[in-house]
Design a protein around this ligand. Structure first.
Ligand code: MIC
Ligand code: SF4
Length: 647
């Protein structure tokens, strides 16, 4: 039997383990990326590992999230990141150069390579045929140190594309349709591979829109083949020498196959407050819109913005609508400027934002109270926009532009606009002057502003734990609920300060309650898919700082699971989901001999002391994860292994 693309890439990077579903494999990471909001902690952790220089083929530190600079914190963090890049041999993409995933695609990504990024949308690189995976910062720090990245060998879903998209139906509608089919939960442990004749009708930016939002499915990665379309994309970026052809073997096998005929798809839209709530745009047509935002790593490519500009050209923005455009990169911005499209957007009434994440992470452009905002990004979690009462709808740039033109939700097919084909230039404008290449200097002094603190230290797991359910939450709690971004983002490098905001949107008294709970460990009880969304490891570091020792949930998402383990919090799952209903906030739980169980047991019995009954949880941990938890987290685990080797 031949291999599929996922298996081919894993096989060629295999350092440990076997290619068998569910088994843990350790793979070599070729490239890494970080962004500033997760990057400072990543490099603080890397520094704590005491490795003189990075061991990857190529690593890039981007500044794109925290660019608002309200106060000194962001600028200090950027300076820290620049000096780190200089000292350890990374590329440094300065603020203004663009969103990490867009720039990585344009300037660095290569088919057949592995990329690990401290951002959940790292799989954007799958559009170019890389195996690109998002993780917490600590895992990126380990990859920088040349250590393997561990995943369970994935089950692979093939999405077989046939036909061609109809006019006004886009790659965004493809992934929204897949989200409708598969939802945002229950896909942990899977990777998605695209194939079939329909692949040939999609360019690299379209493919990347699809792999980008694979993150919302909760799959580990999504990947397209590398073909002559990939080659011409790389050629247009002056990087064709890095191209390789990559296809699944004809007899490759998959764990599941779904067929999608592109020609029957229609424009879709995700409604508040989950990217998995999908409707047809036509079903919502006529609903008043207050704001339209175009941008983010999902949909801010040259083609996206040229299309929008063509649609709005010569028209005027209706009163009552705010129209925000954030081009994905400096390259995109320069090219739409030179083509005249930027001035069409401005004449229409666009507010042009920096090439950065901006509105997507709630960094500005918070909508009005109860507003309807149609956006081209990938997440519409409640409150993420900065306005709790706003309803965020996710759609293609074409649908979003149609809404901006009319002021109501509009299916772009109904506008009667005749779009002329956007010709993709043979050569894109290449100017890497905003990327500082690795330096050879050794005596660089790292800049540390007052906002930068060390990663918190932790203790090994005690033999037994007495804990309290400090918080009980529902299904689909995202890392945005646990650790809000937006106006709190600037505290990412300051754990004691950022910890004041853990669970702020859910229960702002949580941090105080945790800290006053001196006698007992804090325990979080949750429903399905706990920790969806962002890779931010702060959603584990800050709770750990507040004394959280375990999360007991119906299920936990992959990246968050790894982050919990990395910071010494035990991820546990109910054996019987009815026990979730029984347990209440403030219950006292006794975990006798927990260390013994974490060492080798698959299940563990917890006593609910308050209610006087026992219940069983699963400890689905690999050997390595068990050792990390026992040590109290990865940093302790690494220093223990070093001193064991030394002595
Ligand atoms: C996001 O889209 O939620 C973010 C902000 O890019 C995060 C990373 C972060 O929280 O810094 C992600 O996707 O991992
Ligand atoms: Fe930035 Fe939004 Fe993309 Fe996250 S999803 S990397 S915040 S643009």
């Amino acid at each position: 039997m031949g291999l599929n693309i996922v298996q081919k890439i894993i096989k060629s990077h295999l350092l440990e383990g076997e290619l068998k579903a569910g088994k843990i494999v350790g793979i070599k990471i070729d490239q890494t990326l970080t962004q500033d909001a997760t990057g400072t902690m990543t490099y603080l952790e890397f520094e704590a590992m005491d490795v003189p220089e990075i061991k990857t083929e190529l690593s890039v530190s981007y500044v794109d999230h925290n660019t608002s600079q309200m106060g000194f914190e962001n600028a200090d963090d950027h300076k820290y990141l620049r000096t780190i890049a200089e000292k350890y041999g990374l590329y440094y993409s300065r603020a203004g150069n663009g969103i990490c995933h867009q720039v990585q695609l344009e300037r660095f990504g290569l088919p057949g390579k592995t990329l690990l990024g401290s951002d959940s949308h790292t799989p954007t690189g799958g559009g170019i045929g890389m195996l690109a995976i998002g993780s917490g910062g600590l895992d990126v720090a380990r990859a920088l140190a040349g250590l393997p990245f561990y995943i369970s060998f994935p089950k692979v879903l093939k999405v077989n594309l046939s036909g061609r998209l109809s006019p006004w139906v886009t790659a965004k509608d493809v992934i929204l349709y897949i989200l409708e089919l598969l939802s945002t939960k229950g896909n942990v442990g899977w990777m998605v591979e695209y194939g079939g004749h329909g692949v040939r009708t999609l360019g690299v930016p379209e493919r990347s829109t699809i792999t980008n939002m694979g993150a919302e499915l909760g799959v580990t990665s999504s990947v397209f083949p590398s073909d002559d379309i990939t080659l011409s994309f790389l050629r247009s970026q002056g990087r064709e020498e890095g191209w390789i052809e990559l296809h699944a073997a004809d007899d490759a096998e998959y764990d599941r196959i779904i067929d999608i005929d592109l020609s029957i798809l229609e424009p879709r839209i995700a409604t508040p407050h989950s990217p998995g709530n999908i409707s047809l745009v036509k079903e919502l047509a006529g609903k008043k819109v207050d704001q339209v935002c175009i941008g983010s790593c999902t949909n801010s490519s040259y083609k996206d913005l040229m299309t929008v500009a063509q649609m709005v050209k010569g028209k005027r923005l209706p009163a009552g609508v705010s129209f925000v455009v954030a081009p994905g990169s400096k390259q995109v911005l320069e090219m739409i400027t030179e083509s005249g499209a930027l001035s069409d957007l401005i004449s229409f009434g666009a507010r042009i934002m920096e090439s950065a994440c901006g509105f997507c992470i709630g960094n500005g452009q918070a909508p009005a109270t109860n507003a309807v905002s149609v956006r081209t990004n990938n997440r519409n979690f409640k409150g993420r926009s900065g306005t709790q009462s706003a309803g965020i709808y996710l759609a293609s740039p074409e649908t979003a532009a149609a809404c901006a033109i009319t002021g109501v939700i509009t299916d772009p097919r109904d506008l009667g606009i005749k779009l002329s084909e956007i010709s993709i230039p043979e050569k894109f404008k290449i100017d890497d002057s905003m990327i500082i290449p690795p330096s050879k200097k050794k005596d660089v002094e790292i800049y540390r502003g007052p906002n930068i603190g060390d990663p918190p230290s932790s203790e090994p797991l005690p033999d037994s734990l007495v804990g309290e359910v400090t918080l009980k939450v529902e299904d689909k709690i995202t890392t945005d609920h646990i650790m809000p971004a937006g106006i709190r983002l600037k505290y990412r490098s300051n754990i004691p300060k950022y910890s004041e905001f853990v669970f702020e949107p859910v229960d702002p008294t949580f941090p105080e309650r945790c800290l006053s709970n001196k006698e007992k460990a804090n325990i979080i009880v949750a429903g399905l898919s706990y920790g969806q969304g962002s890779s931010r490891e702060h959603a584990a570091i800050c709770p750990a700082y507040l004394g959280v020792k375990a999360v007991i949930a119906k299920s936990i998402e992959r990246i968050h699971w790894a982050n919990l383990v990395n910071f010494g919090i035990i991820p546990m799952m109910f054996v019987d989901e009815n026990d979730y209903d029984e347990i209440e906030q403030s219950d006292e739980l006794s975990m006798k001999d927990i260390t013994k169980a974490v060492k080798c047991e698959e299940t563990f019995i917890i006593r609910n002391v308050t209610k006087n009954y026992d219940f069983k949880v699963k400890l689905e941990l690999s050997k390595r994860e068990r050792e990390i938890i026992l040590a109290g987290g990865v940093l302790n685990y690494i220093s223990n292994s070093k001193s064991n080797k030394g002595g």
